[in-house]
Write a new protein. Structure first.
Length: 188
């Protein structure tokens, strides 16, 4: 993730998309799209958060969300919509759901929360990857060989660093973040 997170705002109301962009542009790289097709054309690996309206002409936000999940499963998506949530949202793969009207503070808060979750998810994945490598090496190599290998000692150091980062992230997560994080990890 870059120093300035990349946010894609997708809303069929250009004035509203521009308003959201004006709120965010000081601290984020911001792009706007006013329909689903344009949004998917702008979407790539550089996008950290998508703010997505559900009710749009042509391709609905629900359809855009499905395509985002197919192409970029790690991209975080907040639905920002006038549609009150109903049980149909249970099948949707968004990371946050806000009902309009949404103020500047709420918008910044949801982006911050989603970025925090994403950062923690990346740290945790890397941590488990390194643990798997250590486990594989320990199953095949004698202790004296592991202890004398600089690469193994570096791996041990990286694991400890990631453990500390994970613990620090955990302290920052509230109950909602914690639940969302493990729901997302389970879906991966």
């Amino acid at each position: 993730m870059s120093a300035h997170p990349h946010v894609l705002i997708v809303d069929d109301e250009p004035d509203l998309a521009d308003l959201y962009a004006s709120w965010l542009e000081a601290e984020h790289i911001v792009q706007t799209a006013n329909d689903g097709t344009s949004a998917l054309e702008l979407l790539d690996e550089s996008v950290d958060v998508v703010l997505l309206d559900r009710r749009m002409p042509g391709m609905s936000g629900d359809e855009v969300l499905e395509r985002i999940r197919e192409r970029y499963p790690d991209c975080t998506v907040a639905m920002i919509t006038a549609v009150d949530p109903d049980f149909d949202i249970l099948k949707m793969g968004f990371d946050a759901y806000l009902t309009k009207p949404v103020g500047q503070t709420d918008l910044n808060d949801v982006i911050d929360r989603l970025l925090r979750r994403s950062e923690y998810t990346e740290t945790l994945r890397e941590f488990f990857m390194k643990l798997s490598k250590r486990e594989a090496l320990e199953a095949e190599k004698p202790d004296f060989e592991l202890e004398s290998d600089e690469r193994y000692r570096q791996l041990e150091s990286e694991i400890e660093s990631l453990r500390r980062q994970s613990e620090a992230h955990m302290a920052d997560l509230d109950g909602e973040d914690f639940e969302a994080l493990f729901y997302r990890l389970d879906a991966v």
